[in-house]
Design a protein around this ligand. Structure first.
Ligand SMILES: [Zn+2]
Length: 203
């Protein structure tokens, strides 16, 4: 029986690289993979004749692949079946899965349970205020397999939260959960260092 997998980590934990390596591994075994990504940033987007929006998934170490962008209204299970009409598909991989809606996570669970398609989701656990993203929350609730992709804080402890910084390197604690097109920078950190930066802010 196929499973819904959630592989989560902090910023800089190579989630995207791992998503792309997983895609490569399946393809090496002759499996066809549909790679998708929630559309929060449409700089690379291009709509084809069938109405699918193509975008790029890029990892910091240089790996990249074309993906289908999905907006919040998209029914992911229906999208997968629409794609199946054009070509065989065996696996669904989603990068940046924290941006999915709860309903979309449920559609992916159905895809695994009812259609026997393995679904692998890669994304962040929490936002810059240490709160779960909606997609990640639902994945923690219903995924069949949950794995942490570990990375290290500047102090050497495990990074668990994602700090957001402004242009001056000052930590930001207020604002929208998703920052699109901003110049904000993120860093995966341990909670202790994150709290320390907030306490020492503007001193
Ligand atoms: Zn730390």
């Amino acid at each position: 029986m196929a499973k819904l997998y959630f592989k989560f980590g902090a910023m800089g934990s190579s989630k995207t690289a791992q998503a792309l390596m997983t895609k490569f591994n399946y393809e090496e075994k002759g499996k066809q993979v549909l790679l998708i990504k929630p559309s929060t940033d449409n700089r690379d987007d291009l709509t084809d004749n069938e109405g699918f929006v193509h975008t790029m998934v890029r990892s910091r170490i240089g790996l990249q692949a074309e993906a289908v962008a999905v907006d919040e209204q998209e029914d992911i299970r229906a999208l997968f079946h629409r794609k199946l009409n054009h070509a065989p598909l065996d696996v669904l991989i989603c990068d940046e899965c924290q941006f999915l809606t709860e309903t979309q996570v449920e559609q992916m669970k159905d895809l695994a349970d009812l259609d026997d398609i393995p679904v692998l989701c890669f994304g962040l656990r929490a936002d810059f205020q240490t709160k779960l993203f909606p997609g990640s929350k639902r994945l923690f609730e219903i995924a069949d397999s949950i794995t942490e992709i570990k990375s290290v804080c500047r102090c050497g402890r495990k990074a668990t939260v994602n700090a957001r910084f402004d242009d001056n390197g000052e930590i930001i604690v207020e604002g929208d959960q998703i920052c699109i097109g901003g110049n904000d920078r993120y860093e995966g950190m341990c909670y202790k260092c994150y709290r320390e930066l907030i306490r020492n802010r503007n001193h």
